[in-house]
Design a protein around this ligand. Structure first.
Ligand code: HXC
Length: 255
């Protein structure tokens, strides 16, 4: 997403816990445009406030992207309190801290702003085995919809993207850690493929741009139709029935 925003002329600040990862990313992207790094753990409200202060000293942000996430598959009854804290802290509190830090500043200065949060397709319905993430992403979606209304009359737009699986080392090593799990995930998808980083970046660029200025409070699902395939009572018939089966199911012509 940072790469796409730079291509489109933005000045970008990237934040994360590990300075060496930030520096490596900035080195890869700096030929495309101005990119700055700010080490910060979004779970820590004071660290987020300090980071946003540093940015505002240069110039107010126009766009905030809440992308930091933590997730892993586990049986819920085996989760420790720290495991819950860790995911809820990054996903829900991190999003809340950054959104509040920017929102307060935008409202005070009467400066327009756009927030884009990254959710997950299971947020509205929940999902077994990723419950801390499901709980947190549901909160992110509630925050998005609530503030879209509360702040919408003062120039602030709130939207979110709910992507299906997009292969990255960070995510797949934790949520699809075995090849057979990747096969299962592909089988659930009508397009039979994963999403790409480019597809996510393009949608993100649109949603934070003035081209989407009337879209507010929306959660846009981007999953190749996977969610809907799971929802339709008869959607798996395509795999269960052969051409012969379909022929044999046709009504017989009356002679
Ligand atoms: C059970 C686990 C666990 C696992 C960690 N914990 N992994 N418990 N099963 N697989 C527990 C630890 O034992 C510890 O509790 C607590 O969680 C904190 O773990 P730490 O490693 O000390 O924390 P930390 O270094 O802060 O790491 C945070 C993390 C990690 C969330 C646990 O996974 C992480 O850094 N993730 C960042 C990247 C990421 O997750 N990306 C995936 C996002 S994908 P104890 O009690 O033992 O101390 C996504 C959408 C997917 O969200 C949607 C696909 C369609």
């Amino acid at each position: 997403m940072a790469h796409r925003f730079l291509q489109l002329g933005a000045t970008v600040y990237i934040c994360g816990r590990r300075e060496e990862v930030l520096e490596k990313t900035a080195a890869e992207l700096s030929a495309t445009g101005p990119i700055h790094t700010l080490p910060c753990d979004v779970r820590n409200i004071d660290a987020v406030e300090a980071m946003i202060d540093t940015i505002w000293k240069a110039a107010p942000l126009d766009v905030l992207v809440n992308n930091a996430a933590g997730n892993f598959i586990a049986r819920t009854e085996e989760l420790s309190p720290r495991a819950w804290d860790s995911v809820i802290g990054i996903v829900l509190l991190g999003t809340l801290h950054a959104t509040m830090a920017c929102g307060r500043r935008w409202l005070k200065a009467n400066h327009p702003g756009t927030v884009l949060s990254i959710s997950a397709t299971y947020a509205p319905v929940g999902s077994a085995y990723v419950v801390p993430s499901a709980v947190s992403k549901a909160g992110v979606e509630a925050l998005t919809r609530s503030l879209a209304v509360e702040w919408g009359n003062r120039g602030i737009r709130m939207n979110a993207i709910a992507p299906g699986p997009i292969p990255t080392q960070g995510a797949f090593s934790r949520v699809l850690p075995r090849p057979e799990l990747e096969v299962l995930a592909l089988d659930r998808n009508p397009m039979h493929r994963f999403g790409t980083k480019e597809e996510l970046a393009n949608l993100a660029a649109f949603l934070v741009s003035d081209g989407s200025s009337y879209i507010n409070g929306e959660i846009i699902r981007m999953d190749g139709g996977e969610f809907l395939q799971g929802a339709g009572e008869f959607s798996n018939l395509g795999r269960a029935l052969t051409n012969e089966d379909w022929e044999s199911l046709k009504p017989r012509k009356k002679s």
